[in-house]
Design a protein around this ligand. Structure first.
Ligand code: E4P
Length: 227
């Protein structure tokens, strides 16, 4: 399962890239606006930080099909290969997904709340669909189950479209989808940190260090093996 950062804070992206096996970054208009930076400078900076081989998802902001297509072409032209255009899956967005996919632009249908949206996105040619797990939970449905239903539809019909599950608020939601075999997840920095934020891990490491140092002193394996 690919792991992406759902944030545009460059310090956080640099920090998380150092620690975790990160496959890319996803943004949306709200995430970009939160930084108050110039969007072009910001996106180019993110592309520079993650490198040209990682995935970068950037959302269109135009609201009509023609404008979304123009946004999509500008996004891939500016940010290069491995850039995916996120497009809301409403009636205008689906028209744009069909048009951009025909031109070879890799699209992700975003704002997916229902399994039939995923079907329409995949059938329109998008390579990714982004369901909003926590927002579905907040509507009184089970976000994880809706994503599993989407995965079943994509698998049963053999669509070349992967689920990039989004809008997580806790690591349990991620765990259940990881176990199910979902292709990608995108998570805010605090959700990713919580994958290994566990006092038992720190205690185990402290105990190993204390027990070793009590007998051999403050030495590393390199100090000992090279002496
Ligand atoms: C990513 O594709 C979505 O834009 C994002 O995960 C939405 O997350 P939120 O529900 O926390 O805003």
């Amino acid at each position: 399962m690919k792991l992406l950062i759902d944030d545009a804070n460059v310090q956080e992206i640099e920090r998380l890239m150092k620690i975790y096996p990160i496959d890319g970054v996803t943004t949306n208009p709200t995430i970009i606006a939160r930084t108050k930076k110039d969007p072009k400078d910001l996106l180019l900076e993110i592309r520079r930080i993650i490198g040209k081989d990682k995935l970068l998802f950037v959302q269109s902001v135009a609201t009509d099909a023609e404008g979304i297509v123009e946004d999509g072409l500008a996004i891939v032209e500016c940010l290069g290969e491995n850039t995916v255009v996120k497009i809301p899956c409403n009636t205008e967005g689906l028209q744009a997904i069909k048009a951009l996919s025909k031109k070879g632009v890799v699209c992700c249908g975003t704002t997916a709340y229902t399994a039939l949206q995923a079907y329409l996105v995949a059938h329109s040619g998008a390579k990714y669909v982004a369901p909003y797990v926590n927002r579905i939970d907040n509507m009184g449905f089970n976000g994880v189950e809706v994503v599993q239903q989407m995965q079943n539809i994509l698998d049963n019909h053999g669509y070349d479209c992967q689920i990039m599950a989004a809008s997580f608020k806790n690591s349990q939601q991620v765990l259940e989808l990881c176990e199910y075999g979902i292709g990608l997840v995108t998570c805010a920095p605090d959700v990713i940190d919580n994958f290994i934020n566990n006092p038992s891990i720190d205690k185990a490491v402290d105990d190993f260090t204390k027990n070793f140092e009590a007998v051999y002193g403050e030495k590393t394996m390199k100090d000992i093996l090279n002496s």
